[in-house]
Write a protein that binds this ligand. Structure first.
Ligand code: COA
Length: 124
């Protein structure tokens, strides 16, 4: 059963401005250590970061159904599997509070915009 959904869109130019203005401090506030390693390898780094930003906003919107407090962006981790599919990893203490709920995540990006949707499912 679908229990919650979140959707977000991000302008890539806004992320480029923030990277230029705040540098690593901004990037490390958004990305986990494992995501930073992926970011460093990407030629489309700003687009990648815009996608992660949109995905994390989407996850936070969907998590709102479960929590009053918002987790920090950099503890929400999104890792691509071997086929490129993004998978959400939440800290154990958040996952424990969510019971059996699991997240389906989809990210898309073009030159100017990135968008993502997060869907939490419970049970079968
Ligand atoms: C997956 C696919 C549909 C992405 O479409 P696209 O228009 O090129 O790219 P989009 O901007 O819409 O989406 C990119 C995002 O899709 C997601 N994605 C990539 N592969 C995916 C997959 N297999 N399943 C689900 N999502 C996937 C990623 O989150 C990626 O963004 P990120 O790398 O920054 O995390 C496209 O690459 C495709 O058709 N792949 C077919 C399988 C394939 O060719 N695999 C290559 C391995 S050799």
């Amino acid at each position: 059963m679908i229990s919650s959904i979140g959707l977000d869109i991000v302008e890539v130019a806004r992320i480029e401005r923030d990277i230029k203005q705040y540098g690593d401090r901004f990037v490390s506030r958004i990305l986990s250590r494992a995501e930073l390693a992926a970011f460093d390898k990407r030629v489309d780094a700003a687009i990648f970061l815009a996608g992660r930003f949109a995905a994390k906003e989407a996850v936070i919107k969907a998590l709102d159904r479960y929590f009053e407090d918002r987790p920090a962006f950099n503890v929400i981790e999104i890792i691509n599997d071997a086929g490129g599919k993004p998978e959400l990893r939440l800290p154990q203490e958040i996952q424990d509070r969510m019971g059996q709920a699991h997240c389906l995540l989809s990210i898309t990006h073009e030159k100017n915009y990135a968008a993502a949707v997060a869907v939490f499912e419970e049970g079968q």
